[in-house]
Ligand binder design. Sequence first.
Ligand code: CAA
Length: 240
Amino acid sequence: MARVALVTGGSRGIGAAISKALQADGCTVAATYAGNDEAAAKFTEETGIKTYKWNVGDYESSAAGIAKVEEELGPIDIVVANAGITRDAPFHKMTPQQWQEVIDTNLTGVFNTIHPIWPGMRERKFGRIVVISSINGQKGQFAQVNYAATKAGDLGIVKSLAQEGARAGITANAICPGYIATEMVMAVPEKVRESIIGQIPTGRLGEPEEIARCVSFLASDDAGFINGSTISANGGQFFV
Ligand code: CAA
């Protein structure tokens, strides 16, 4: 039977490429989005992938949304916690609001996405969890105290869940994308972006599909012995 996959932030950017890759693998995919109705409708029209709107930063909305997905598509086997935002500012200018918004979406949002699905995975003795962290959670980044903190925290979530879920057939892994050609990276001032590209040995930004292929592998039945790992896909910009 086709596996059911949930991809948060799955209708745009890296998330859209992940949703399409999992669909191509034979999964029934649900893609969530936070606000852009137009992009979500266009995505569904183009791909046939169902989209669901909720704020991953809110536990009750996440739990209700997940219950609806499971009612419509069946129990969720694969979770890709991808939804993420930036609110970049040098630390001396960063506001508590910029801190909190990023924490709510990128860190608490990962908890809110996995927690309601976890008991079912434990019962069914199967689960694949993939969290999209970032190179900047590994190395830090100027103007991203908030973002880097959440992305480093996401790695802690994965490493802990990997230990808790292993006996129940659940794996949890992270991918740390480097700079990928998405709206998020294109929003970085051009001069800064050019200097970042100069730091990437491959000499270019990554493509969303290059991250999606990593997810596809980690989500597959074949990847059962890979648990608690972090795949860095960054064109050689940073090694750990
Ligand atoms: N390293 C060192 N210095 C930097 C810098 C960097 N990466 N980026 C900016 N600066 C410097 C500037 O040159 C400037 O210095 P001067 O004052 O001496 O000229 C100073 O820091 C910026 O000061 P401003 O007061 O002008 O800063 P600002 O309030 O206008 O903020 C900014 C500008 C938000 C920092 C902007 O430069 C920016 O967006 N930088 C990019 C941050 C970044 O890389 N974000 C990653 C987004 S993509 C992503 O997050 C996806 C992923 O996972 C990889």
